[in-house]
Design a protein around this ligand. Structure first.
Ligand SMILES: Cc1ncc(COP(=O)(O)O)c(C=O)c1O
Length: 393
């Protein structure tokens, strides 16, 4: 029985996987069981932010594993305290909660927003609706699936969690209409600055400005889901910096710890005191090994020169893509890119790229690139050469 057969015999078939058994990795290169190499433009869906097995990251994680691996949240560790302080200071937030994934970070944000209104306006006010955007993606738990603004996810698992209302992204009239109709029942508006799974679609500045201004006026919390856009992915530490706004809550996960599980919910002073003792928790949340990985990531992504390089590499990607006749256009920010094709199907191109030694992603009908933030120009060139050949074949 080979690895794929062994795996499929014992693991629930919830994913459409590619027939690739990864064995090791270094930098931007993944290696399969037979020793074949692949250039990786996906980095584990934007999670291996420093590529495979970055030396500083490996040292930090291994050193922590040798020191102490888990303590439970009955106790404190220095590595958690350091990470939390550095992340709050770098992002300008007051306090954070530790979870293990994007969905958990968003669950925390949802609970926080509901309790904020509960505490302030009382149970009878029923101020608990969270507005989310059509085409959004917020996770796979029941609450975050319910928050997700895509009907395709709202099947089988009835009943879903009540209290989510969708607004069309970038449609100010729809937003105003829903805010006015639901007046005094809304506790938060939750959004991605660039919709990732929804097809790499950036929000417009005027729409973001309206969300922020209207929410401030109505004492509604703003929640930025930066699970995919955060931690340097767009060339800024947070994508909110591109829009010059500061949401009340920001959630991060994916690339935050360079490939070990983490998810955090950051809150500003207005709401950082809402979740008190016993209101929320997570056994693995704040795991010391994850925090050590997170510190190694922060060492790099808080450096302005590193972030400037992410922006430059994003532009380099765009220039290379513009030379390919089959490419209709490129959307996104920094190293979060969605490629519209003129005639070909993204899923077919993903498969052909894989067969030719390049790993890419798709989002809806687009090709999607989320390469390691420290990818080299040489590997961008090598990967783009494969992509060009596949698209021209
Ligand atoms: C914007 C956004 N939010 C939440 C999630 C869920 O994250 P996780 O799979 O870590 O729970 C994702 C995952 O793709 C995401 O892109």
């Amino acid at each position: 029985m080979n690895t794929i057969e062994q795996f499929n015999e014992h693991v629930m078939p919830t994913y459409g996987r590619i027939d690739l058994v990864m064995d090791s990795g270094s930098g931007q290169t993944a290696v399969d069981e037979s020793g074949r190499e692949y250039i990786d433009f996906g980095s584990g869906i934007g999670t291996n932010s420093l590529g495979y097995c970055d030396e500083d990251w490996v040292n930090a994680v291994c050193e922590q594993a040798h020191r102490i691996q888990h303590t439970s949240n009955y106790y404190y560790t220095k590595v958690q305290a350091d990470f939390a302080q550095r992340l709050c200071e770098a992002t300008g937030y007051d306090k954070m909660f530790f979870g293990n994934s994007g969905a958990e970070a968003n669950e925390c944000a949802i609970k926080l927003a509901r309790k904020y209104s509960f505490d302030k306006y009382g149970k009878d006010a029923e101020r608990n609706i969270i507005i989310t955007l059509v085409n959004s993606f917020h996770g796979r738990t029941l609450a975050t699936l319910s928050a997700t603004g895509q009907d395709v996810f709202h099947n089988y698992f009835f009943p879903f969690v009540d209290g989510f209302v969708n607004v069309i992204a970038n449609d100010i009239d729809d937003l105003m209409d829903k805010l006015n109709t639901l007046d005094n029942k809304v506790c938060a508006v939750m959004f991605e600055f660039v919709q990732g799974e929804g097809g790499v679609i950036p929000l417009e500045q005027s729409f973001v400005n309206t969300i922020v201004a209207e929410c401030a006026k109505r004492d509604i919390l703003t929640i930025a889901d930066e699970v995919q856009t955060g931690v340097g992915r767009t060339g800024k530490l947070l994508a909110s910096e591109h829009f010059n706004v500061k949401p009340d809550i920001t959630t991060l996960a994916k690339g935050l710890a360079g490939g070990v599980p983490i998810g955090v919910c950051l809150a500003n002073k207005k709401c950082s005191g809402v979740l008190g003792k016993g209101t929320h928790g997570s056994t693995f949340g704040g795991n010391p090994i994850s925090c050590a990985g997170g510190n190694a990531v922060l060492n790099k992504v808080t450096n302005p020169e590193f972030l400037a390089e992410v922006t430059k590499k994003g532009e380099y990607f765009r220039a290379k893509l513009a030379e390919i006749p089959e490419v209709e256009g490129v959307d996104g920010l920094g190293l979060m890119l969605g490629v519209r094709l003129k005639t070909k199907k993204a899923a077919d191109i993903l498969q052909k790229c894989f067969e030719n030694g390049l790993l890419i992603l798709t989002a809806k009908e687009k090709l999607r690139f989320l390469p390691p933030l420290n990818i080299s120009y040489e590997q961008i060139d090598n990967g783009m050469e494969i992509l060009r050949k596949v698209l021209e074949a």
